[in-house]
Design a protein around this ligand. Structure first.
Ligand SMILES: CC(C)(COP(=O)(O)OP(=O)(O)OC[C@H]1O[C@@H](n2cnc3c(N)ncnc32)[C@H](O)[C@@H]1OP(=O)(O)O)[C@@H](O)C(=O)NCCC(=O)NCCS
Length: 185
């Protein structure tokens, strides 16, 4: 780790409708990483629609990470079945590998802890991702997530896996999808 980058202190804030253009620009910059994988290169052009962003903003939360007021990444999470589901996480290329994603995930864990405290349950965070891509499942595993069957999380997770397989055509030769879960104390 470079001594300078390790010192970056990110500010996190909740996004609003006014941030939608910024969110789209950040996501497009982040997903360009997929262009390095021949079988998934088209995903490097994918981004959430403005309507989808509005759904996440109204039914969940989007946290934006900033470095000196410069937006460098975001995470969108919504409650789904009995977990807090990370619907999207993106770090701009310039800031990848500098702790932004780790900070954003920590913010979702914190929100999950608050929700759990209010209901007397365990904090739970879930997501769906690629098994084989280094910055996907292996990245989340290092952050305390483990692979689980979608069925154990509930019908909405099953539906999401089916949507990714069908309509979104995310399953490709050599690349499979999985559901992951983090459970706190
Ligand atoms: C997934 C994604 C959000 C991760 O974000 P990130 O900000 O790069 O993640 P981090 O910087 O927290 O961690 C990445 C690595 O950098 C390391 N790192 C953390 N701080 C660092 C620093 N200051 N300097 C150098 N490296 C650092 C971390 O240790 C981590 O490595 P590890 O997994 O071996 O522990 C990012 O890769 C991305 O936007 N990808 C494209 C979109 C995508 O795939 N989204 C997820 C779909 S499920």
């Amino acid at each position: 780790m470079h001594p300078e980058t390790s010192k970056i202190q990110y500010t996190l804030r909740e996004a609003t409708e006014d941030d939608k253009k910024t969110l789209t620009a950040m996501e497009l910059d982040a997903v360009a990483l997929f262009k390095t994988i021949p079988g998934l290169a088209d995903l490097g052009e994918n981004h959430a629609s403005p309507e989808q962003l509005s759904v996440w903003l109204s039914s969940g939360r989007i946290y934006i990470a900033e470095d000196n007021a410069k937006p460098v990444g975001f995470v969108a999470a919504v409650t789904m079945d009995t977990t807090l589901y990370i619907a999207n996480i993106s770090t701009t290329q310039e800031y990848q590998g500098k702790g932004v994603g780790t900070n954003l995930i920590a913010a979702v864990f914190e929100w999950a802890r608050d929700l759990a405290a209010a209901t007397g349950s365990k904090p739970r965070v879930s997501l769906t991702t690629y098994r084989e891509i280094l910055w996907n499942a292996p990245y989340y595993r290092k952050r305390g997530f483990r692979e689980v069957e979608a069925e154990t999380l509930g019908p909405k997770h099953v539906e999401k896996m089916m949507y990714d397989r069908g309509e979104r055509n995310l399953i490709r030769p050599g690349y499979t999808r999985c559901c992951m879960l983090w459970e706190g104390e």
